[in-house]
Design a protein around this ligand. Structure first.
Ligand SMILES: C[S@@+](CC[C@H](N)C(=O)[O-])C[C@H]1O[C@@H](n2cnc3c(N)ncnc32)[C@H](O)[C@@H]1O
Length: 272
């Protein structure tokens, strides 16, 4: 898909699903794990009780911002997305959820942050969640990351939950071990090539830690449950729900406890 087709895809999903989860993912359990990982990290970096300013780039219909706003009453959220229909849905949901005073949503492109009016010069946290994988080629992903990092204050964090080819390949290896065919990324996605992205983060002077927050869930959803039900990915399988609960409970005690097998990883980058 070229970049216009990718945009059209998100316009379609936003128009079809509006404020519902389906606008941005098929997997409710993965969304639960993403918000849990972000919230846990906010506490780990000392912002749990702080009046912090947080920017989500590629915010979709705002579910991450609302999930975090509910847990961190002193935080202020800005969300931008290049899909106008997503921003309309986020604004509608902000009103419906009672978060209008602590969240605001604007149309903006991850590749042109400086052209988005109304943003702060810098934030305590800038984060993405499956946004940058919609940008291709990898040089443009890196350009976007440079722009995101510039919006982070010294001592602040850029947090990216993005899909990685490295862990996706490991997950596919597990499928092969159980005689399942490899899955392929959606046509509108370019998963992170860590051999390019990680050195780029280093050139930006960022201190990087990677958390694998979703491995148990993804192994259950994409490998183990399909292995016993004819290859079907069943988003509502009871074991996927149980794996989600266990993944969250263990993550609270031990980071990345289940290895690096999720298609998403959390890249936590501190600006020294
Ligand atoms: C998979 S959805 C994720 C939405 C949200 N981050 C979440 O986790 O619920 C990807 C979002 O990124 C947005 N997006 C993709 N490329 C973008 C870009 N260059 N600038 C801003 N938004 C972008 C899409 O419009 C879509 O809303």
């Amino acid at each position: 898909m070229d970049s216009e087709q990718v945009r059209a895809h998100w316009r379609n999903w936003a128009s079809k699903f509006g404020t519902a989860l389906g606008a941005t993912t098929r997997t409710e359990t993965a969304k639960t794990l993403e918000i849990d990982a972000l919230a846990r990290r906010m506490c780990m970096i000392g912002l749990g009780d702080m009046p912090a300013h947080v920017l989500e780039v590629g915010c979709g219909n705002g579910l991450n911002c609302f999930g975090l706003a509910a847990q961190f009453p002193r935080m202020q959220f800005h969300g931008i997305d290049y899909t106008a229909e997503m921003i309309d849905a986020a604004r509608e949901a902000a009103t419906a959820n009672g978060f209008r005073d602590r969240s605001s949503f604007r149309i903006g492109n991850a590749l042109e942050l400086s052209k988005t009016p109304g943003l702060l010069a810098q934030y305590d946290v800038v984060f993405t969640d499956r946004c940058l994988i919609n940008i291709a080629p990898v040089d443009l992903q890196m350009r976007a990351i440079t722009g995101l990092a510039a919006k982070v204050r010294k001592g602040g964090h850029l947090i990216m939950i993005e899909n990685s080819m490295a862990t996706y390949d490991r997950q596919n290896h597990c499928r092969a071990l159980l005689d399942l065919p490899a899955r392929t990324p959606a046509a509108f996605n370019l998963f992170f090539d860590e051999t390019r992205i990680l050195p780029h983060l280093e050139t930006l002077g960022l201190e990087v830690e990677i958390e694998d927050f979703i491995s148990l869930h993804d192994l259950m959803l994409y490998v183990l449950a399909p292995a016993i039900n004819g290859g079907t990915v069943d988003y509502d399988h009871p074991l996927v729900h149980a794996a989600t609960r266990l993944n969250i409970a263990v993550s609270a005690e031990t980071s990345s406890a289940f290895g690096a097998f999720g298609q998403g990883r959390m890249f936590v980058c501190r600006k020294p």
